[in-house]
Design a protein around this ligand. Structure first.
Ligand code: FES
Ligand SMILES: [Fe+2]
Length: 417
Protein backbone atom coordinates (compact mmCIF):
# COMPACT_ATOMS: atom_id res chain seq x y z
CA UNK A 1 0.00 0.00 0.00
CA UNK A 2 1.16 3.50 -0.70
CA UNK A 3 1.17 4.72 2.92
CA UNK A 4 1.07 8.50 3.16
CA UNK A 5 2.58 8.97 -0.29
CA UNK A 6 0.11 10.16 -2.93
CA UNK A 7 -0.54 7.61 -5.67
CA UNK A 8 0.51 8.28 -9.21
CA UNK A 9 -1.48 7.55 -12.34
CA UNK A 10 0.38 4.36 -13.28
CA UNK A 11 -0.58 2.93 -9.88
CA UNK A 12 -4.24 3.04 -10.95
CA UNK A 13 -3.69 0.40 -13.62
CA UNK A 14 -4.01 -2.70 -11.37
CA UNK A 15 -7.65 -3.43 -10.57
CA UNK A 16 -7.59 -6.67 -8.59
CA UNK A 17 -8.98 -7.03 -5.04
CA UNK A 18 -7.16 -4.78 -2.58
CA UNK A 19 -5.55 -2.54 -5.19
CA UNK A 20 -6.36 1.20 -4.89
CA UNK A 21 -8.28 1.44 -8.19
CA UNK A 22 -9.81 -2.00 -7.65
CA UNK A 23 -11.14 -0.91 -4.26
CA UNK A 24 -12.57 2.30 -5.72
CA UNK A 25 -14.24 0.59 -8.68
CA UNK A 26 -15.79 -2.01 -6.36
CA UNK A 27 -17.86 0.77 -4.75
CA UNK A 28 -20.03 1.01 -7.90
CA UNK A 29 -22.32 -1.12 -10.06
CA UNK A 30 -20.83 -2.14 -13.42
CA UNK A 31 -22.16 -3.79 -16.57
CA UNK A 32 -20.54 -7.21 -16.94
CA UNK A 33 -22.28 -8.78 -19.95
CA UNK A 34 -24.92 -8.08 -22.55
CA UNK A 35 -28.28 -9.51 -21.56
CA UNK A 36 -28.75 -11.19 -24.96
CA UNK A 37 -25.44 -13.05 -24.58
CA UNK A 38 -26.77 -14.99 -21.60
CA UNK A 39 -29.87 -17.00 -22.53
CA UNK A 40 -32.04 -18.57 -19.83
CA UNK A 41 -30.56 -21.82 -18.55
CA UNK A 42 -26.98 -20.95 -19.56
CA UNK A 43 -23.87 -20.51 -17.38
CA UNK A 44 -20.66 -18.79 -18.52
CA UNK A 45 -17.30 -17.90 -16.96
CA UNK A 46 -16.76 -14.19 -16.34
CA UNK A 47 -13.75 -12.04 -15.51
CA UNK A 48 -14.18 -8.52 -14.12
CA UNK A 49 -11.72 -6.36 -12.15
CA UNK A 50 -9.13 -9.12 -12.17
CA UNK A 51 -11.49 -11.63 -10.53
CA UNK A 52 -13.15 -14.67 -11.97
CA UNK A 53 -16.82 -15.42 -11.49
CA UNK A 54 -19.58 -17.60 -12.87
CA UNK A 55 -22.58 -15.86 -14.40
CA UNK A 56 -25.73 -17.81 -15.14
CA UNK A 57 -29.35 -17.15 -15.94
CA UNK A 58 -31.99 -19.19 -14.19
CA UNK A 59 -34.71 -20.82 -16.25
CA UNK A 60 -37.09 -18.08 -15.08
CA UNK A 61 -34.72 -15.46 -16.55
CA UNK A 62 -33.00 -14.17 -13.41
CA UNK A 63 -29.24 -13.51 -13.85
CA UNK A 64 -26.86 -14.51 -11.04
CA UNK A 65 -23.17 -13.83 -10.47
CA UNK A 66 -21.52 -16.36 -8.14
CA UNK A 67 -18.03 -17.73 -7.45
CA UNK A 68 -15.98 -19.02 -10.36
CA UNK A 69 -14.88 -22.24 -8.66
CA UNK A 70 -16.97 -24.82 -6.89
CA UNK A 71 -16.27 -24.71 -3.12
CA UNK A 72 -16.03 -28.50 -3.12
CA UNK A 73 -12.89 -29.02 -5.19
CA UNK A 74 -12.63 -25.99 -7.41
CA UNK A 75 -14.06 -27.05 -10.75
CA UNK A 76 -15.40 -24.10 -12.77
CA UNK A 77 -19.11 -23.85 -12.08
CA UNK A 78 -19.73 -22.55 -15.61
CA UNK A 79 -19.30 -26.19 -16.75
CA UNK A 80 -22.34 -27.20 -14.74
CA UNK A 81 -26.07 -27.28 -15.36
CA UNK A 82 -28.70 -24.65 -14.60
CA UNK A 83 -31.63 -26.32 -12.87
CA UNK A 84 -34.55 -23.99 -12.24
CA UNK A 85 -32.94 -20.96 -10.58
CA UNK A 86 -30.03 -23.07 -9.23
CA UNK A 87 -26.67 -24.21 -10.54
CA UNK A 88 -25.35 -27.79 -10.30
CA UNK A 89 -21.61 -28.52 -10.47
CA UNK A 90 -20.55 -30.92 -13.20
CA UNK A 91 -17.90 -32.66 -11.09
CA UNK A 92 -19.83 -34.24 -8.20
CA UNK A 93 -23.26 -32.72 -8.62
CA UNK A 94 -23.37 -30.30 -5.71
CA UNK A 95 -26.28 -27.93 -6.18
CA UNK A 96 -26.29 -24.20 -5.25
CA UNK A 97 -28.92 -21.50 -5.25
CA UNK A 98 -28.41 -17.99 -6.67
CA UNK A 99 -27.38 -16.69 -3.25
CA UNK A 100 -24.48 -19.18 -3.24
CA UNK A 101 -26.00 -21.53 -0.65
CA UNK A 102 -25.25 -25.22 -1.20
CA UNK A 103 -28.51 -27.20 -1.30
CA UNK A 104 -27.49 -30.74 -2.24
CA UNK A 105 -24.46 -33.05 -2.02
CA UNK A 106 -25.81 -36.15 -3.77
CA UNK A 107 -22.82 -38.43 -3.01
CA UNK A 108 -22.89 -37.80 0.76
CA UNK A 109 -24.84 -40.03 3.12
CA UNK A 110 -24.70 -37.23 5.69
CA UNK A 111 -24.71 -34.00 3.66
CA UNK A 112 -23.15 -30.88 5.19
CA UNK A 113 -24.53 -28.55 2.55
CA UNK A 114 -25.92 -26.13 5.14
CA UNK A 115 -22.29 -25.31 6.07
CA UNK A 116 -21.25 -24.50 2.49
CA UNK A 117 -21.92 -21.07 1.08
CA UNK A 118 -20.01 -19.42 -1.76
CA UNK A 119 -19.86 -15.79 -2.90
CA UNK A 120 -22.80 -14.28 -4.74
CA UNK A 121 -23.26 -10.75 -6.05
CA UNK A 122 -26.36 -8.63 -6.70
CA UNK A 123 -27.37 -8.15 -10.34
CA UNK A 124 -29.71 -5.85 -12.29
CA UNK A 125 -30.70 -5.65 -15.95
CA UNK A 126 -30.88 -2.27 -17.61
CA UNK A 127 -30.59 -1.13 -21.24
CA UNK A 128 -29.81 -4.62 -22.51
CA UNK A 129 -26.93 -5.06 -20.05
CA UNK A 130 -26.47 -7.19 -16.95
CA UNK A 131 -25.00 -5.09 -14.14
CA UNK A 132 -23.40 -6.51 -11.01
CA UNK A 133 -22.17 -5.07 -7.73
CA UNK A 134 -18.90 -6.82 -6.93
CA UNK A 135 -17.94 -4.92 -3.78
CA UNK A 136 -18.44 -5.80 -0.16
CA UNK A 137 -21.45 -5.00 1.98
CA UNK A 138 -24.68 -3.55 0.75
CA UNK A 139 -24.79 -2.36 -2.84
CA UNK A 140 -25.25 1.37 -3.46
CA UNK A 141 -28.51 2.53 -5.10
CA UNK A 142 -28.70 1.45 -8.74
CA UNK A 143 -28.25 4.38 -11.11
CA UNK A 144 -30.70 5.22 -13.84
CA UNK A 145 -29.84 7.76 -16.51
CA UNK A 146 -32.86 9.90 -17.49
CA UNK A 147 -31.53 10.58 -20.99
CA UNK A 148 -31.39 6.84 -21.62
CA UNK A 149 -34.88 6.24 -20.25
CA UNK A 150 -36.47 8.41 -22.94
CA UNK A 151 -38.58 6.56 -25.53
CA UNK A 152 -36.78 5.16 -28.53
CA UNK A 153 -34.94 2.18 -29.92
CA UNK A 154 -32.25 0.89 -27.55
CA UNK A 155 -29.24 -0.69 -29.27
CA UNK A 156 -26.78 -2.53 -27.06
CA UNK A 157 -23.60 -2.94 -29.08
CA UNK A 158 -21.40 -6.04 -29.08
CA UNK A 159 -18.97 -5.29 -26.20
CA UNK A 160 -15.60 -3.97 -27.26
CA UNK A 161 -12.98 -6.04 -25.50
CA UNK A 162 -9.57 -4.43 -25.94
CA UNK A 163 -6.28 -5.94 -24.77
CA UNK A 164 -5.06 -2.80 -23.02
CA UNK A 165 -5.55 -0.93 -19.76
CA UNK A 166 -8.92 0.75 -19.19
CA UNK A 167 -7.02 4.03 -18.96
CA UNK A 168 -6.38 3.96 -22.69
CA UNK A 169 -10.14 4.14 -23.18
CA UNK A 170 -10.58 6.74 -20.42
CA UNK A 171 -7.97 8.91 -22.10
CA UNK A 172 -9.67 8.63 -25.51
CA UNK A 173 -10.23 12.36 -25.54
CA UNK A 174 -12.29 14.55 -27.74
CA UNK A 175 -9.37 15.63 -29.90
CA UNK A 176 -9.05 12.20 -31.50
CA UNK A 177 -12.28 12.24 -33.41
CA UNK A 178 -11.40 14.16 -36.54
CA UNK A 179 -8.15 12.19 -36.95
CA UNK A 180 -8.74 8.65 -35.74
CA UNK A 181 -12.07 8.50 -37.58
CA UNK A 182 -10.98 10.29 -40.72
CA UNK A 183 -11.11 7.19 -42.92
CA UNK A 184 -14.70 6.52 -41.88
CA UNK A 185 -15.63 10.17 -42.39
CA UNK A 186 -14.32 10.09 -45.94
CA UNK A 187 -15.82 6.70 -46.74
CA UNK A 188 -19.25 7.75 -45.50
CA UNK A 189 -19.06 11.37 -46.71
CA UNK A 190 -19.46 12.61 -43.14
CA UNK A 191 -17.75 15.99 -43.11
CA UNK A 192 -19.07 16.71 -39.62
CA UNK A 193 -16.69 14.06 -38.24
CA UNK A 194 -13.75 16.01 -39.67
CA UNK A 195 -14.66 19.09 -37.68
CA UNK A 196 -11.98 19.81 -35.10
CA UNK A 197 -13.51 20.85 -31.83
CA UNK A 198 -12.33 22.61 -28.75
CA UNK A 199 -13.56 21.27 -25.42
CA UNK A 200 -13.68 22.98 -22.04
CA UNK A 201 -14.50 20.84 -19.01
CA UNK A 202 -15.80 21.52 -15.54
CA UNK A 203 -16.38 19.36 -12.51
CA UNK A 204 -20.03 18.64 -11.69
CA UNK A 205 -22.01 16.76 -9.03
CA UNK A 206 -21.75 13.62 -11.17
CA UNK A 207 -18.21 13.90 -12.52
CA UNK A 208 -17.51 16.35 -15.29
CA UNK A 209 -19.22 18.08 -18.16
CA UNK A 210 -17.52 18.96 -21.41
CA UNK A 211 -18.54 22.02 -23.39
CA UNK A 212 -17.54 21.98 -27.04
CA UNK A 213 -17.07 24.57 -29.69
CA UNK A 214 -16.11 24.21 -33.32
CA UNK A 215 -12.47 25.06 -33.80
CA UNK A 216 -12.10 24.44 -37.50
CA UNK A 217 -11.95 21.53 -39.84
CA UNK A 218 -9.50 19.67 -41.97
CA UNK A 219 -10.41 21.64 -45.09
CA UNK A 220 -11.75 20.25 -48.35
CA UNK A 221 -10.83 16.64 -48.59
CA UNK A 222 -10.61 14.35 -51.55
CA UNK A 223 -9.05 10.93 -51.38
CA UNK A 224 -9.43 7.49 -52.85
CA UNK A 225 -12.25 7.07 -50.34
CA UNK A 226 -14.31 9.96 -51.64
CA UNK A 227 -14.83 13.68 -51.53
CA UNK A 228 -16.52 15.72 -48.84
CA UNK A 229 -17.81 19.10 -49.81
CA UNK A 230 -17.60 22.41 -47.99
CA UNK A 231 -21.32 23.03 -48.51
CA UNK A 232 -22.09 19.93 -46.53
CA UNK A 233 -19.66 20.98 -43.86
CA UNK A 234 -21.43 24.27 -43.27
CA UNK A 235 -24.76 22.48 -43.03
CA UNK A 236 -23.43 19.94 -40.57
CA UNK A 237 -21.09 21.98 -38.45
CA UNK A 238 -23.78 22.93 -35.97
CA UNK A 239 -23.06 21.02 -32.81
CA UNK A 240 -26.66 20.81 -31.62
CA UNK A 241 -26.97 18.49 -28.62
CA UNK A 242 -23.34 17.45 -29.10
CA UNK A 243 -22.32 20.74 -27.50
CA UNK A 244 -22.25 19.02 -24.11
CA UNK A 245 -20.78 15.68 -23.11
CA UNK A 246 -20.91 14.19 -19.64
CA UNK A 247 -18.79 11.84 -17.54
CA UNK A 248 -20.35 10.04 -14.60
CA UNK A 249 -17.70 8.96 -12.13
CA UNK A 250 -16.10 6.60 -12.17
CA UNK A 251 -16.35 5.16 -15.70
CA UNK A 252 -19.44 6.19 -17.67
CA UNK A 253 -19.65 8.68 -20.52
CA UNK A 254 -22.86 10.08 -21.99
CA UNK A 255 -23.05 12.11 -25.16
CA UNK A 256 -25.12 12.84 -28.23
CA UNK A 257 -24.18 11.97 -31.78
CA UNK A 258 -25.59 12.15 -35.29
CA UNK A 259 -26.80 8.72 -36.27
CA UNK A 260 -24.33 6.57 -38.17
CA UNK A 261 -26.95 3.92 -38.95
CA UNK A 262 -27.00 2.98 -42.66
CA UNK A 263 -29.79 4.99 -44.30
CA UNK A 264 -29.94 7.47 -41.43
CA UNK A 265 -26.61 9.27 -41.87
CA UNK A 266 -28.18 12.28 -43.52
CA UNK A 267 -31.47 12.19 -41.63
CA UNK A 268 -30.48 14.59 -38.87
CA UNK A 269 -31.34 11.93 -36.30
CA UNK A 270 -29.52 12.42 -33.00
CA UNK A 271 -28.72 9.40 -30.86
CA UNK A 272 -28.05 9.47 -27.14
CA UNK A 273 -25.10 7.27 -26.34
CA UNK A 274 -23.64 5.95 -23.11
CA UNK A 275 -20.40 4.02 -22.78
CA UNK A 276 -19.28 2.12 -19.68
CA UNK A 277 -15.61 1.21 -19.48
CA UNK A 278 -15.06 -1.82 -17.25
CA UNK A 279 -11.63 -3.35 -16.58
CA UNK A 280 -11.51 -7.09 -17.15
CA UNK A 281 -8.07 -7.23 -15.55
CA UNK A 282 -4.89 -5.10 -15.49
CA UNK A 283 -4.26 -5.53 -19.21
CA UNK A 284 -7.70 -5.64 -20.82
CA UNK A 285 -11.02 -3.87 -20.57
CA UNK A 286 -14.52 -4.06 -21.99
CA UNK A 287 -16.51 -1.09 -23.28
CA UNK A 288 -20.27 -1.49 -23.20
CA UNK A 289 -22.00 0.99 -25.51
CA UNK A 290 -25.71 1.67 -25.59
CA UNK A 291 -27.51 4.08 -27.91
CA UNK A 292 -31.08 5.29 -27.70
CA UNK A 293 -32.54 6.61 -30.96
CA UNK A 294 -35.79 8.60 -30.72
CA UNK A 295 -37.64 6.82 -33.54
CA UNK A 296 -40.91 4.94 -33.44
CA UNK A 297 -43.25 2.82 -35.57
CA UNK A 298 -42.04 1.73 -39.01
CA UNK A 299 -39.05 4.05 -38.65
CA UNK A 300 -38.03 2.19 -35.51
CA UNK A 301 -38.12 -1.15 -37.35
CA UNK A 302 -36.02 0.24 -40.19
CA UNK A 303 -33.55 1.66 -37.69
CA UNK A 304 -33.27 -1.58 -35.69
CA UNK A 305 -32.65 -3.53 -38.92
CA UNK A 306 -29.94 -1.07 -39.94
CA UNK A 307 -28.16 -1.53 -36.61
CA UNK A 308 -28.36 -5.33 -36.63
CA UNK A 309 -25.58 -5.71 -39.24
CA UNK A 310 -23.08 -4.75 -36.53
CA UNK A 311 -23.49 -8.15 -34.91
CA UNK A 312 -21.99 -10.00 -37.89
CA UNK A 313 -19.33 -7.38 -38.47
CA UNK A 314 -18.17 -7.70 -34.87
CA UNK A 315 -17.05 -11.29 -35.41
CA UNK A 316 -13.86 -10.53 -37.32
CA UNK A 317 -13.33 -6.84 -36.56
CA UNK A 318 -10.42 -7.43 -34.16
CA UNK A 319 -8.68 -9.68 -36.71
CA UNK A 320 -8.76 -6.71 -39.06
CA UNK A 321 -7.57 -4.40 -36.27
CA UNK A 322 -4.61 -6.65 -35.47
CA UNK A 323 -3.67 -6.83 -39.15
CA UNK A 324 -3.74 -3.04 -39.30
CA UNK A 325 -1.56 -2.80 -36.16
CA UNK A 326 0.84 -5.29 -37.76
CA UNK A 327 1.05 -3.10 -40.87
CA UNK A 328 -0.48 -5.70 -43.18
CA UNK A 329 -3.28 -3.34 -44.21
CA UNK A 330 -4.46 0.20 -43.39
CA UNK A 331 -7.65 1.71 -42.02
CA UNK A 332 -8.29 3.06 -45.53
CA UNK A 333 -8.51 -0.56 -46.74
CA UNK A 334 -11.61 -1.41 -44.68
CA UNK A 335 -14.58 -2.35 -46.90
CA UNK A 336 -16.89 0.45 -48.03
CA UNK A 337 -19.97 -1.44 -46.96
CA UNK A 338 -18.82 -1.81 -43.33
CA UNK A 339 -21.04 0.24 -41.01
CA UNK A 340 -19.51 3.35 -39.48
CA UNK A 341 -20.18 1.89 -36.01
CA UNK A 342 -17.87 -1.03 -36.70
CA UNK A 343 -15.14 0.92 -38.49
CA UNK A 344 -15.16 3.41 -35.57
CA UNK A 345 -14.45 0.56 -33.16
CA UNK A 346 -11.56 -0.68 -35.31
CA UNK A 347 -10.14 2.85 -35.58
CA UNK A 348 -10.31 3.23 -31.80
CA UNK A 349 -8.85 -0.25 -31.21
CA UNK A 350 -5.66 0.33 -33.16
CA UNK A 351 -4.92 3.70 -31.56
CA UNK A 352 -5.70 2.60 -27.99
CA UNK A 353 -4.28 -0.93 -27.98
CA UNK A 354 -1.16 0.38 -29.67
CA UNK A 355 -0.52 2.74 -26.72
CA UNK A 356 0.45 -0.08 -24.35
CA UNK A 357 0.30 0.22 -20.57
CA UNK A 358 0.29 3.41 -18.50
CA UNK A 359 3.93 2.74 -17.68
CA UNK A 360 4.69 2.55 -21.40
CA UNK A 361 3.10 5.98 -21.60
CA UNK A 362 5.10 7.54 -18.78
CA UNK A 363 6.96 9.69 -21.28
CA UNK A 364 3.82 11.11 -22.90
CA UNK A 365 3.55 14.86 -23.46
CA UNK A 366 0.09 16.13 -22.54
CA UNK A 367 -0.83 19.44 -24.19
CA UNK A 368 -2.68 22.29 -22.46
CA UNK A 369 -5.76 21.79 -24.68
CA UNK A 370 -6.35 18.31 -23.25
CA UNK A 371 -8.66 19.48 -20.49
CA UNK A 372 -10.68 16.29 -20.35
CA UNK A 373 -7.71 14.01 -19.84
CA UNK A 374 -6.22 16.31 -17.21
CA UNK A 375 -9.47 16.65 -15.23
CA UNK A 376 -10.41 12.96 -15.32
CA UNK A 377 -6.97 11.95 -14.05
CA UNK A 378 -7.19 14.60 -11.32
CA UNK A 379 -10.64 13.44 -10.14
CA UNK A 380 -9.60 9.80 -10.09
CA UNK A 381 -6.36 10.46 -8.24
CA UNK A 382 -8.18 12.68 -5.74
CA UNK A 383 -10.82 10.04 -4.98
CA UNK A 384 -8.53 7.01 -4.90
CA UNK A 385 -5.99 8.83 -2.71
CA UNK A 386 -8.84 9.77 -0.35
CA UNK A 387 -9.98 6.15 -0.24
CA UNK A 388 -6.50 4.86 0.55
CA UNK A 389 -6.04 7.52 3.25
CA UNK A 390 -9.47 6.86 4.78
CA UNK A 391 -10.78 10.32 3.95
CA UNK A 392 -14.40 10.89 2.81
CA UNK A 393 -15.19 10.31 -0.85
CA UNK A 394 -17.33 12.43 -3.15
CA UNK A 395 -20.91 11.16 -3.22
CA UNK A 396 -21.55 11.51 -6.95
CA UNK A 397 -25.16 12.34 -7.91
CA UNK A 398 -26.86 11.63 -11.23
CA UNK A 399 -29.32 14.44 -12.10
CA UNK A 400 -32.91 13.23 -12.37
CA UNK A 401 -33.78 15.46 -15.35
CA UNK A 402 -32.56 14.48 -18.84
CA UNK A 403 -29.77 16.69 -20.11
CA UNK A 404 -31.69 16.90 -23.39
CA UNK A 405 -34.49 18.72 -21.55
CA UNK A 406 -32.10 21.19 -20.01
CA UNK A 407 -30.68 24.07 -22.01
CA UNK A 408 -27.22 23.25 -23.38
CA UNK A 409 -24.39 24.95 -21.56
CA UNK A 410 -22.64 27.29 -23.95
CA UNK A 411 -18.92 27.65 -23.91
CA UNK A 412 -17.22 30.94 -23.27
CA UNK A 413 -14.10 29.63 -24.90
CA UNK A 414 -12.52 31.16 -27.97
CA UNK A 415 -13.34 29.46 -31.24
CA UNK A 416 -17.10 29.41 -30.69
CA UNK A 417 -19.24 29.13 -33.80
S1 FES B 1 -16.01 -29.92 -7.49
FE1 FES B 1 -18.05 -29.26 -7.60
S2 FES B 1 -19.20 -30.86 -6.76
FE2 FES B 1 -17.13 -31.52 -6.59
FE1 LIG C 1 -13.34 7.14 -31.29
Amino acid sequence: MAGSRALELAELEPVGPGTPAGRYLRLFWHPVMRAKDLPAGRARPLEVLGEKFTIYRGEDGTPHVVAYACPHRGTPLSLGWVEGDDLRCRYHGWRFDGAGQCLEQPNEDRPFSDKIKMASHPTREYLGLIFAYLGEGEAPPFRHYPDLDRPGVVTTDPPEVLPCTYWNKFDNDHGHRAWVHRATALRKNRRDILVVRHEEVEETVYGWRGIRTVKGDQGDMTSSLGTVSGAQASAQNALGPARNTHWFMPNTRLFFQRSRAPGFEASGLWETKAAWVVPINDTSHAAFDVTVAPVEGAEAERYAAARSTQEEEAEDRWDLAERILAGEMTLEDLPDEMTAYTSFTIEDYVTQVGQGSLKDRSRENIGPSEHRTILLRRLWLREVNALVAGRPLTDWQVPDVPFLDAAPVAAQAPGAE
